[in-house]
Design a binder for this molecule. Structure first.
Ligand SMILES: *[C@@H]1O[C@H](CO)[C@@H](O)[C@H](O)[C@H]1NC(C)=O
Ligand SMILES: *[C@@H]1O[C@H](CO)[C@@H](O)[C@H](O)[C@H]1NC(C)=O
Ligand SMILES: *[C@@H]1O[C@H](CO)[C@@H](O)[C@H](O)[C@H]1NC(C)=O
Length: 398
């Protein structure tokens, strides 16, 4: 990722687009906070001509930082009062669905909404912390170009509030169905720079985009099809977010003709493996989904070509695991099954290799890797999840 280069290229494009107003709220609040704090944006910094007019003042975004990060936010989130909900809706540029929460949902679909709330609360944590880092010019998160910085802050401000509403809405649906709302955990973030943070946001949002496909399928199968459109509205919304993250990494905004399918099990596993501080979730035990062993993709960076990739997985035996396959899920295609080769165990970690058939399948965007105890054949991501031992390994190319 070459964020700074991309941002310079992006800045030229953005200047050209300055005639289009960039709506925002809260920007005025940050002007003071950002000044003279090590960033490139201050009274003395040059302002490109034709800079966007400052947007109208709105409620300030609830800034908070911490790694590990804990709730509540200053606005009370995850428990928003009616006034704070109103302020969050203004920051999000729109409201939560106002037609009343769907009731009578199947238990299996409540599992989906628990997972959605669990994920969206993490996303609120991440984007709240990211917004804090950018607006307070934390080293690694400074953006020199004034217009670009404003555009990024405007975008993350909207996204932060939009994720609050996604989470709040999922919890409201749970409560309308007599279920407990999902409570926040503490979260750790792996990103130390803006580059890293947006690349990570791209990856976890890609997983969400795949997982919501699975949620829609379950809703339809359980005859809760009335809820399918609202999930569709969020899939598009999260896709707009990844388009933005991709653009700032110098990538084409749209990733694949058909986005990669995921499953609820993979999303729940990776959240627990990568961002949740173990033991800090008050009621994640209500989420009836497995947490697989972590599958680490050792090869990095992964070039867009045919190659053998290296993986590792924690094991409690001294012999290499037998009868296992490595499965890749990409686009809406039939999962690809590869042999596990050269398995070795040392210090409680099994390392092995598997071929990555890039060329034949154009494995761009998100590919989900899973170590399974069956060689299939598989028809879908969920089929793979049913026999997964470790995963997901997340591979992103272009
Ligand atoms: C938010 O509050 C303002 C002021 O009370 C009110 O005019 C507006 O209708 C509210 N908006 C929403 C979305 O509730
Ligand atoms: C914000 O910056 C801190 C300090 O560098 C870092 O630990 C944290 O991961 C960053 N947050 C995000 C969301 O990248
Ligand atoms: C394969 O793994 C799945 C999921 O962990 C498990 O339910 C199943 O019993 C395993 N099958 C065999 C043959 O080990």
């Amino acid at each position: 990722m070459h964020f700074s280069t991309a941002i310079l290229a992006g800045a030229a494009l953005l200047s050209a687009a300055n005639a289009i107003p960039v709506a925002s709220s809260g920007w005025g609040e940050w002007e003071g906070q950002g000044n003279g704090n090590g960033g490139g944006y201050g009274p003395g910094s040059s302002q490109p001509s034709g800079a966007p007019a400052p947007p109208p003042a709105g409620p300030p975004a609830p800034l908070k930082s911490g790694n590990p990060f804990s709730f509540p936010l200053s606005n009370g989130f995850p428990n928003l009062s009616p006034d704070e909900l109103n302020a969050t809706e203004i920051q999000a540029h729109g409201t939560e669905p106002n037609g009343g929460a769907p009731t009578g949902l199947a238990a299996d679909d409540l599992t989906s909404f628990r997972l959605i709330a669990f994920n969206e609360i993490f996303e609120v944590a991440f984007f709240t912390d990211l917004l804090f880092n950018i607006t307070t010019n934390v080293p690694g998160f400074t953006i020199d170009d004034h217009n670009t910085r404003q555009l990024v802050i405007n975008a993350i401000t909207a996204i932060q509030a939009q994720e609050e509403l996604h989470a709040d809405n999922a919890n409201k649906i749970l409560m309308a169905n007599g279920a407990d709302p999902i409570q926040p955990c503490q979260y750790k973030f792996p990103s130390a720079t803006l580059d890293d943070a947006l690349a990570f946001a791209k990856t976890f949002t890609d997983v969400v985009l795949g997982t919501l496909q699975d949620v829609q399928l379950h809703l339809a199968q359980n005859n809760d099809d009335g809820v399918v459109p609202v999930i569709g509205s969020v899939i598009g919304q999260e896709g707009e977010q990844t388009g933005f993250f991709r653009f700032f990494a110098g990538l084409t905004p749209s990733e694949l003709p058909f986005l990669t399918r995921s499953s609820r099990e993979f999303a729940f596993s990776v959240l627990n493996q990568a961002v949740v501080v173990p033991g800090t979730c008050p009621n994640e035990n209500q989420i009836d989904l497995p947490i697989f062993l972590p599958l680490t993709v050792n090869t990095s960076p992964i070039e867009p070509k045919d190659q053998t990739l290296s993986f590792s997985v924690p094991v409690d035996k001294s012999s290499p695991p037998a009868g296992l396959s490595l499965v890749y899920i990409n686009s809406q295609n039939v999962p690809i099954v590869e042999k596990v080769e050269n398995a070795q165990v040392s210090n409680g970690m099994a390392t092995f290799e598997a071929f990555f058939p890039y060329t034949e399948n154009l494995l761009n965007g998100l590919t989900i890797a899973a170590l399974t105890n069956s060689s299939g054949p598989f028809t879908s991501a969920e089929d793979v999840a049913k026999v997964t031992i470790a995963g997901p390994g997340l591979i992103e190319i272009m």
